[in-house]
Design a protein around this ligand. Structure first.
Ligand SMILES: Cc1cc2nc3c(=O)[nH]c(=O)nc-3n(C[C@H](O)[C@H](O)[C@H](O)COP(=O)(O)O)c2cc1C
Length: 196
């Protein structure tokens, strides 16, 4: 797909079909991750976990369900991006029903404070754009992981089977969108800027 078109189609998707993505599509998404720029070239600090097992995805939602029961707090953070149609009492896949969720973890480090978040975002964004390029859809998942950090007793990150010292920071929920994506108008100066 033309790069400008990818940029204009890029958007967060929060309703996915159950249909799984293909191995070829997954490989292309992971190739995009491997092309991401990483601070100080420390690729060894990053770890990617692809989860396509429904039960594990539900397990990873436990903390988010608990947090979802505190709806007001969630609304304060997520505003109109949360899907209030998800019934609290029903144990759903809170990764918006996406059949594939890709977790980006980072080795704990204190050499360059904060660079782990920048690195994780760099990797996630490459994959996010590639999903658009492939005619798929995706959304960053911060909330579910933040829930696990906030509710340590429901922190199920151990099920990701990570090597020692790696912490999952951000995930990307990936799949086929329920509604096909369209090109969107350019958002002029939605980010404030000045030129000097
Ligand atoms: C660091 C980061 C974390 C995000 N976390 C979530 C999340 O947990 N859940 C969610 O639905 N969207 C999440 N998003 C998506 C944003 O809400 C979305 O990008 C923003 O509302 C703009 O909408 P658009 O992506 O459709 O243009 C996140 C985006 C970023 C960059």
């Amino acid at each position: 797909m033309d790069f400008e078109k990818v940029l204009n189609m890029r958007q967060s998707t929060r309703k996915f079909q159950e249909k799984q993505i293909t191995e070829e599509q997954l490989e292309k998404i992971l190739n995009a991750a491997n092309r991401a720029p990483i601070g100080s070239n420390k690729y060894e600090d990053i770890h990617i976990t692809v989860v396509q097992n429904k039960e594990i995805l539900l397990k990873l939602c436990e903390a988010a369900w608990e947090r979802f029961s505190r709806l007001q707090k969630l609304e304060d953070i997520a505003g109109d991006t949360i899907d209030k149609t998800v019934p609290k009492e029903k144990k759903n896949n809170l990764f918006y029903g996406a059949p594939t969720v890709i977790f980006v973890s980072h080795k704990n480090q204190d050499l360059q404070p904060g660079i782990e978040w920048a690195n994780a975002t760099s990797v996630i964004n490459q994959m996010h754009l590639e999903t658009i390029n492939l005619g798929l859809a995706s959304v960053y998942m911060w909330g579910a992981l933040e829930s696990m950090r906030m509710i340590p007793e429901l922190d199920n990150t151990s099920v990701l089977n990570l090597p020692n010292e790696y912490e999952p920071l951000i995930a990307l929920a990936v799949g086929y969108p329920v509604k096909e994506l369209e090109e969107l108008p350019i958002k002029h100066e939605i980010i404030k800027m000045n030129k000097i």
